[in-house]
Design a protein around this ligand. Structure first.
Ligand SMILES: C[S@@+](CC[C@H](N)C(=O)[O-])C[C@H]1O[C@@H](n2cnc3c(N)ncnc32)[C@H](O)[C@@H]1O
Length: 289
């Protein structure tokens, strides 16, 4: 995992050179992390309401099947990481004792509170926090959920380890995130498109990388499944407030995919829009007691 992470850091820092010593690297990494948090806050803060209203995130069929997979018993302390518009949090909260909802963007915490209020849910506790250093003691939660967040997190391995740390032995960790294309070139190509759409996107991970994060976090996988999703470019970019010039660049890249990428990314123009197929990975894991 160290190798993978350093690759990500290297990529993020590739325009820099001439570092004198390790302490300088540390200072630069810290300031990069700070800048990055501001990117997330700006990106999601500006479009928070769209995420609460998103048809994709609020799809009841998906949320029902996730809740069935987690199968809460009613008395659990639960944590929802990167609560966004509050769809995962408000699907789970009525079925547990109390749910702490964390996010880096205060505007998202507000949207989660609004959604909880609309649904008459009173056991959701919003909390401003970064998944990479959770402000909770070890083994504080019976259930930890994290839906469509980790591809925005600078150090996804550390995030998974933190979620594993705050999970009680025998507890349940649920993760839903993008499963990148199996082909490396196609995955890298899609990362560029996703970053044009939303500058807080870091990386799509493949199955090997996800398994590596879970294993390094001391987690045992109980269940995995993949679900296909087709994004419509207009809706996808409107939710994230992508500027027109970036949307044009995405369209140009979709038109001019190299043949080896096109074989894996089956994006197609349709009805004056584009259909972009993606895959989500759903994982249920536990930590040994
Ligand atoms: C797509 S939204 C999540 C949707 C939500 N989980 C749901 O099920 O409706 C991604 C969220 O992750 C949050 N986020 C990104 N990086 C984070 C981090 N390092 N720590 C906590 N939250 C983070 C963003 O602010 C944003 O609200």
């Amino acid at each position: 995992m160290k190798v993978l992470q350093s690759r990500i850091w290297e990529k993020s820092l590739s325009t820099d050179d001439g570092w004198e010593d390790k302490s300088e690297i540390r200072v630069r990494l810290n300031s990069l992390a700070l800048d990055y948090r501001n990117v997330v806050r700006r990106q999601f803060g500006q479009h928070a309401e769209e995420y609460r209203k998103s048809r994709t995130h609020s799809d009841p069929t998906t949320l029902d099947s996730i809740v069935r997979l987690i199968s809460p018993r009613g008395e659990e302390e639960a944590l929802d990481v990167g609560c966004g518009g509050g769809h995962m949090a408000t699907a789970l909260a009525p079925l547990v004792h109390e749910l702490v909802a964390i996010d880096l963007a205060p505007q998202m915490l507000f949207q989660t509170s609004v959604l909880a209020g609309e649904k008459g849910i009173s056991n959701v506790r919003p909390c401003l926090a970064d998944v990479q250093s959770l402000p909770f003691s070890s083994e504080a939660f019976d259930i930890v959920a994290c839906r469509i967040v980790l591809h925005h997190v600078l150090d996804a391995g550390k995030a998974v380890a933190e979620m594993g740390r705050v999970l009680k032995g025998g507890g349940k960790l649920f993760i839903q995130d993008i499963l990148g294309a199996d082909d490396r070139a196609a995955r890298d190509y899609m990362d560029v498109i996703e970053r044009l759409r939303d500058p807080s996107h870091i990386k799509d991970y493949d199955m090997e990388e996800w398994n590596c994060f879970l294993e390094s976090g001391g987690l045992e996988v109980l269940h995995t499944e993949t679900i296909p999703r087709v994004y419509r470019l207009k809706e996808w970019t409107s939710r994230s407030g992508t500027p027109v010039d970036k949307v044009e660049e995405i369209v140009m890249r979709l038109h001019h995919m190299p043949e080896e990428v096109r074989r894996h990314l089956k994006a197609l123009p349709s009805d004056g829009d584009w259909s972009i197929p993606m895959r989500y990975l759903l994982v249920l894991a536990t930590r040994a007691e």
